[in-house]
Design a protein around this ligand. Structure first.
Ligand code: AMP
Length: 193
């Protein structure tokens, strides 16, 4: 299996690139942000509770997102691999993901981080907010809070994967196709190991 953690701050292009990778490598795309937004759309209790945190740019509890990922892994037993997008975001989530994969004799192949400067991220997110309908993309304070949460709580996961020799960092600045080319090169290299 090819299991990729596509990592990076909000606005780095994880969602866009995941869609292209899914087509290229026949993977299942698991985005906890997308899963949470569909809970909100369906008006579930989980969605209602998550929305309050998401609208402020804060993380939802680990147990909630870990449970969602567990369900999706179980629901796709024949997948050729997964792209994890926006998950894990904390060390607890990273450990839980390793454990869930170990249970089925699998593991993360590579964590690939898209690096983009903060000023560019703010611009991209506010631009996306004009038609994404996402409240958390429309308010500059919320956008900045999401970037702060990423720096404070999530970026440290690079060390987690580095210590497993699974970390690759790539430049996320450039056209969608340019970034995709860099990503594909990293994945090709990871598959050869
Ligand atoms: P995203 O679509 O990945 O930018 O996520 C949007 C929002 O959903 C985040 O700002 C968090 O509030 C929440 N969220 C998504 N994924 C996670 C996660 N792995 N852990 C905690 N909160 C998450």
């Amino acid at each position: 299996m090819l299991n990729i953690v596509l990592f990076g701050p909000p606005g780095a292009g994880k969602g866009t690139q995941s869609k292209k990778l899914v087509n290229e490598y026949n993977l299942v795309h698991l985005s906890t942000g997308d899963l949470l937004r569909s809970e909100i759309k369906e008006g579930t209790e989980l969605g209602l509770r998550a929305k309050v945190l998401m609208d402020e740019g804060r993380l939802v509890p680990d147990e909630v997102v870990i449970g969602m990922i567990r369900n999706k892994l179980n629901a796709n037993p024949n997948a050729e691999g997964f792209i994890f997008d926006g998950f894990p975001r904390t060390e607890k989530q990273a450990e839980a993901l390793d454990n869930l994969l170990t249970e089925v004799n699998e593991s993360i192949t590579r964590m690939i981080a898209l690096e983009v400067e903060d000023a560019e991220l703010v611009e991209r997110l506010l631009e996306r907010g004009k038609d994404s309908g996402r409240a958390d993309d429309q308010d500059e304070n919320v956008v900045k809070n999401r970037l702060k949460v990423y720096q404070d709580e999530t970026a440290i996961l690079k060390n987690y994967y580095q210590s497993q020799s699974k970390f690759t960092s790539i430049n996320g600045f450039g056209s969608i196709d340019e970034v995709f080319e860099r990503l594909s090169n990293s994945i090709r290299a990871a598959k050869e190991v």
